[in-house]
Write a protein that binds this ligand. Sequence first.
Ligand code: AMP
Length: 209
Amino acid sequence: MNLIFLGPPGAGKGTLSTLAKDAFSLPHLSTGDLFRAAVKNQTPLGLQVKAIMESGGLVPDELTIGIVQEKLAGAEMKAGYILDGFPRTVAQAEALEKFSKIDRVVNFNLEETELVRRLSGRRVCKGCGATYHVDNLPPKTSGVCDSCGGELYTRKDDMPETIAQRLKEYNAKTQPLIDYYSKKGLMLDLDSAPAPGVILEELKKALKK
Ligand code: AMP
């Protein structure tokens, strides 16, 4: 089964991908994670996309499409996958159709005030990458990772002005995909407000898993 997880930044696509990949035994490809790893490792790709990501903009379509096409050609993706954060533009969706067949598009819905609250409260460990939230999932000691004792920080793209830009990009470029996939009869709408475990159960029911 080939699944796309769609939704605004902060709707919990990443968290649900982690749960769903285990529940459905599917590999997970997150373009955001892929770009973040490239930036962290200072690869040529990372150097190219760092400033774009930090400003809340989108990486150019040709570059993103090429990377996803290459990843989906890998042997581990042949039996199905969860695509998280791709496609994000109609041009990416049209390109994807040429090299893969999509079974369902899961759209995670959440109102904008809650998206901002979730993104601005997110903290990430510098050491192991574990994610926390100041209200929803606080560490035992403020600013310190429970797992490895590393320092927690706010991702540059979770700063207020960057959040506003990411939401603007989403509304202008990604939201049209809802209509695009609805017309193809592939869309499955889920409410992202409940706890992740509850959303996973809804997803399993909808996909008859
Ligand atoms: P995410 O973690 O999915 O919110 O992605 C973080 C950032 O990576 C985005 O704000 C974009 O700068 C970039 N990015 C991730 N996926 C894509 C994509 N499909 N197209 C363009 N840029 C992307």
